[in-house]
Design a protein around this ligand. Structure first.
Ligand SMILES: C[S@@+](CC[C@H](N)C(=O)[O-])C[C@H]1O[C@@H](n2cnc3c(N)ncnc32)[C@H](O)[C@@H]1O
Length: 391
């Protein structure tokens, strides 16, 4: 998708949100006209229809009247320089108070391997309960997805969970996406060997930025598969932005099968992120090794300890690194001071009641079709379809 098309879709989403909230739409429609020019009105209207259904004719008329007076404006897409972007993103985070590192930086090869070890720990209940739900409701879940679909899995990691649905859904293609390149390629290749005939088409990308929208997919109307409650790592508003991207990519015929962790007893949650073997701690601290390697630096993993707790007010697990020795370290050409007791936030993991999550999805243009849970309601597996606008 071109940057211009993406920009247009972003604006269309704004228009759509306003329509949903029944606010006056004139200002936004005017913005769309300014940004893309009157000559694109027909295209805007067609795109809107594809995404959400008919644009109300009154809105269109007022848009036409406004748009006549605005000249076309060219939108120039900036050329991204990935290394600089990473350095500035990491520095931005480390210059904040409190300091932050985005969780995507956990995943170098060692981080991915440590995460795979975490998934085998007794205390980390998520994969076990999620798999149990898939085994209980496999037929139902496969029926919802159907066969011969293109399945896209953001953050696919070890590509293990798609096996829960294979061979029953016999996809047209399986597209695992991940930021951790060697781990992804290795595991995608293994999957291809284990399932001859399955088209495995791995893509390395950061799904928190808009490059995901540029990916050329091997088929249309894909079904997204996003298990493991990875969605919990996004702040709630960012969940909406992310799911809106999925909504754009799935068109009107796709779907989203997603695993979402629920709010529960804080002791269970606390233990899951504080395993006695210290694997989660090693995973957390590894982020500093990764940043040193990635950006050139001497962040000091030995001067930090792992901290994780459930913040009940915010409904999230918080992971931090606590500094145990005051020091100065440098990263990406900048000296940074760390003082004893200071926390660097490395991850949030939000937990949601199914209704809470469904309400967020609705704001991204998705409606919940099915919900499957275990008896204790420790975890939810949900299937979403594109919502159609009824005006
Ligand atoms: C918590 S693990 C989940 C892995 C697997 N989906 C599961 O359910 O077990 C998160 C995965 O997403 C990948 N990941 C994290 N942030 C990412 C990003 N911004 N873009 C792409 N992949 C990302 C990591 O490399 C890792 O494989």
């Amino acid at each position: 998708m071109s940057p211009l098309a993406f920009f247009r879709i972003k604006r269309l989403n704004q228009v759509h949100r306003t329509l949903l909230n029944a606010d006056p739409v004139k200002t936004l429609i005017k913005e769309v006209a300014i940004a893309s020019g009157f000559r694109q009105l027909g295209q805007l209207s067609r795109d809107y229809q594809k995404m959400f259904g008919e644009l109300p004719s009154e809105t269109l008329r007022s848009h036409k009247n406004h748009a006549k007076s605005f000249p076309a404006r060219k939108i120039i897409a900036p050329q991204p320089n990935v290394a600089n972007e990473m350095a500035s993103e990491v520095l931005d985070g480390l210059l904040q108070k409190p300091k932050r590192i985005a969780p995507k930086y956990f995943y170098d090869q060692r981080g991915s391997a440590l995460f795979d070890t975490i998934t085998k720990l007794d205390e980390y209940y998520i994969p076990r309960i999620e798999q149990h739900i898939f085994s209980l409701f496999k037929r139902d879940i496969c029926e919802e997805i159907g066969t011969a679909r293109t399945i896209i899995e953001p953050g696919a990691g070890s590509c293990e969970k798609i096996k829960w649905l294979l061979p029953d859904i016999s996809p047209a293609a399986y597209v695992p996406m991940d930021i951790s390149e060697s781990h992804l390629r290795e595991n995608a290749a293994k999957l291809g060997l284990a399932y001859p005939g399955l088209i495995v088409d791995p893509r390395v990308c950061d799904h928190t930025n808009d490059t995901m929208l540029d990916i050329k997919l091997p088929g249309s109307s894909p079904v997204f598969f996003y298990p493991g409650s990875s969605i919990g790592n996004f702040e709630p508003e960012a969940v909406i932005d992310f799911m809106r991207k999925l909504r754009v990519m799935m068109g009107s015929g796709g779907g989203l099968l997603i695993g979402v962790d629920t709010k529960k007893n804080s002791e269970v949650l606390h233990t899951a992120y504080n395993d006695p073997k210290g694997v989660t701690a090693a995973f957390n601290i590894n982020v500093l090794h990764h940043l040193n390697h990635l950006l050139g630096g001497n962040l000091k993993p030995d001067y930090f300890e792992h901290v994780a707790f459930y913040n009940e007010n915010c409904g999230r697990i918080e992971m931090h690194l606590r500094c145990v020795k005051s020091h100065i370290a440098h990263i990406a050409g900048m000296d940074l001071e760390f003082s004893v007791g200071e926390l660097i936030n490395t991850e949030y993991s939000y937990k949601y009641h199914p209704q809470e999550f469904s309400a967020l999805a609705q704001r991204a243009g998705l409606r919940m079709k099915r919900l499957w849970q275990d008896k204790q309601r420790y975890f939810s597996v949900m299937y979403f379809l594109p919502a159609l606008l009824t005006v």
